[in-house]
Write a protein that binds this ligand. Structure first.
Ligand code: DGT
Ligand code: MG
Length: 495
């Protein structure tokens, strides 16, 4: 048995030398994460200082592995008690520790990038950004720095005389959201171009970061941060491969540059379909929602039929998208006001929609209310597996602080449970692939999606192994549904 600080990083180093870390039974990094998932600094020195009072100064003469080992050991003896006291021992031993091993393997494998194609895309985006900037200058008759809020304010509110809705201390806000609202209100062509400029330069930067991340083996090896979110979700960095837009055309072009490596036949993607709503059904126990999934019908059509009191066949696309926005809105603690804004309907209509929704799905309302009540009383929320997320701000005197905490509290058990399920599935799939002696590899995790690189001849075996283990990793009151896609690029393997 070993206690290792940041076992994923240690495992990665060992794996790169074809060694492996066996028997990690504790990791104070993960232990502290489970007991304090909202802190920012998880460095060994800082954690040790908090718990032992031992300060490592910059120019200390005592440094090195022996000191790290000493601090790790002391930290573990203190923090592991917290893990036990918060009843998160199994989250640590069954979810976090085993998945850290799988993540290290994925980081080591990386994913092949068609650099030539990605460089072309970069050049294309760079020239498009220039073109769009030129269009902006032409409309306003002068060249400005499009990234300077100050210069933009002058152009928008003085030169063009537009009236902004959102004022900030320095004048009017020029963030993307404010600009979008302003464009919707005024339809001014300069704003249209400016928003496009923002989008194109953002994507150009994303491509640039990915290109910089391509290693000598032609692959990008992202790092997963197990302590990166307060809910239990992973984050990804250097480069971040979890924030490439799914639906935008540029996002698709980027994903099209990720391909299967030499010796591999194709990529395979597998994703959980509507996992948030399935967990909502599980946690709320709402009979209607459970029924919707058991019948295997189209979820949003089923919900739409109930909410609008029509036959499923009579649910129009507009009705469907309204209830869909409502359903996902609930998962993220959306308010009436937010719903009205998203659907471009009045606050009154949004209120009516919400009340019709809750009339039909009363279990959902009761569940959501209970989450907030419980979090207020206990000071934390819990996932199905017992992962906790503390909340101090639910009783804040400041409305905005209280409201943000409320939304986060509503989302934490659902998003956290989805993250738990995915980590369990990854660990299970990794084990089963070893048992089946498959040479294919798991490469990426993007929250509810996994990407695999498939060796010739293994596709069918891998497909059924992945589906089977993702579906059956947990028994909920509703079935889990998994979609599979196959293709030579990440994009063409999507669905
Ligand atoms: P579909 O494809 O129309 O049958 O509906 P779904 O439920 O499969 O949703 P899809 O495929 O449009 O989106 C999948 C993810 O995007 C899901 O994880 C939730 C998120 N999402 C979709 N619409 C909304 C929304 O209006 N608000 C929020 N917060 N998330 C959304
Ligand atoms: Mg979908």
């Amino acid at each position: 048995p070993k206690v290792v600080f940041d076992s994923k990083t240690v495992e990665l180093r060992l794996l790169s030398k074809e060694l492996s870390l066996g028997g990690a039974v504790g990791d104070p990094l993960l232990e502290r994460y489970l007991t304090d998932p909202v802190r920012r600094d998880y460095s060994l020195n800082k954690l040790a200082e908090d718990f032992t009072g031992f300060v490592v100064s910059e120019n200390s003469s005592v440094t090195g592995v022996a000191l790290d080992a000493w601090m790790t050991s002391h930290l573990h003896s203190k923090v592991s008690e917290f893990v036990e006291n918060t009843q998160q021992g199994r989250v640590l031993s069954e979810i976090e520790l085993p998945s850290s091993h799988v993540l290290a393997k994925m980081e080591l494998a990386g994913i092949l990038v068609n650099s030539t194609k990605l460089k072309e895309l970069f050049a294309e985006l760079a020239s498009r950004a220039e073109q769009v900037a030129a269009n902006c200058y032409e409309i306003i008759g002068k060249e400005i720095n499009l990234n300077s809020p100050k210069q933009l304010q002058t152009v928008l509110f003085d030169d063009l005389g537009l009236t902004g809705t959102k004022s900030v201390k320095t004048g009017f806000s020029t963030n993307a959201e404010a600009l979008t609202t302003l464009f919707e209100q005024t339809g001014h062509p300069f704003l249209e171009m400016l928003l496009e400029h923002r989008e194109v330069t953002k994507m150009r930067q994303m491509v640039e970061i990915i290109l910089k991340g391509v290693a000598e083996d032609g692959r990008v090896h992202t790092s997963y941060v197990q302590t990166g979110t307060s809910t239990g979700r992973l984050s990804s960095e250097n480069p971040n491969l979890q924030n490439i837009p799914i639906k935008s055309p540029i996002g698709k072009e980027i994903r099209d540059c990720f391909t299967a490596g030499v010796g591999f036949e194709t990529l395979l993607t597998a994703d959980y379909s509507q996992i948030e709503m399935r967990i909502m059904a599980q946690l709320s126990g709402d009979e209607g929602l459970i029924q919707a999934f058991k019948d295997g019908e189209d979820l949003h059509r089923f919900v739409g039929a109930r909410v609008f009191g029509v036959e499923p066949a009579e649910v129009t696309p507009a009705m469907r998208s309204k209830v869909k926005a409502m359903s996902y809105g609930l998962v993220y603690g959306l308010s009436e006001y937010g719903l009205a804004k998203q659907l471009k309907i009045t606050n009154g209509e949004a209120k009516q929609l919400m009340s019709d929704y809750f009339y039909r799905f009363g279990g959902v309302r009761r569940y959501l209310a209970s989450v907030v009540d419980e979090a207020k009383t206990l000071g934390f929320t819990k996932t199905v597996y017992g992962r906790r997320r503390p909340f101090d701000d639910l009783n804040s005197k400041l409305f905005q602080v209280r409201e943000n905490a409320r939304r986060a509290a509503l989302n934490a058990p659902i998003q956290g449970t989805a993250a738990d399920i995915m980590k369990l599935a990854m660990t299970r799939i990794d084990q089963k692939m070893i048992e089946a002696n498959l040479k294919s590899r798991m490469l990426l995790q993007v929250h509810d999606e996994l990407v695999f690189e498939v060796v010739s001849g293994e596709l069918e075996a891998l497909k059924s192994l992945v589906i089977e283990n993702m579906r059956n990793v947990v028994e909920l009151s509703v079935p889990l549904d998994v979609h599979i896609g196959v293709g030579t690029s990440w994009e063409s393997a999507g669905h």
